[in-house]
Write a new protein. Structure first.
Length: 101
């Protein structure tokens, strides 16, 4: 495994590199909001310690910060692994993502 900027890369047999990134588990934010009974995005965002725009970005699949993941986990008594899933992306996809940032 080697580091590529802020991303860890793992050499795979084909010679390509697998870039690992994380995202909030699909549907988790909406399930937690429904389960909590919180009515507004603003109040839910405060509950997990993020802004409403950050909450919207997380719902859209943007890579979360560790702070966001910890906020969700703490608010609902979850482990970090229950909040995020690791995704492997091709090197070209990760490069395009890095350039877009």
């Amino acid at each position: 495994m080697e580091r590529w900027g802020d991303i860890w890369c793992m050499q795979i047999p084909s010679g390509e590199q697998a870039i690992q990134t994380a995202m909030i588990r699909p549907g988790l934010i909406d399930r937690l909001r429904l389960q909590s009974g919180v009515k507004s995005d603003e109040a839910f965002a405060r509950l997990i310690g993020v802004s409403r725009p950050t909450l919207q970005r997380l719902r859209a699949g943007e890579e979360p910060t560790l702070r966001s993941v910890i906020g969700i986990a703490t608010a609902f008594g979850l482990g970090l692994g229950e909040v995020v899933q690791v995704i492997e992306a091709a090197e070209s996809e990760a490069g395009e993502k890095a350039l877009a940032s």
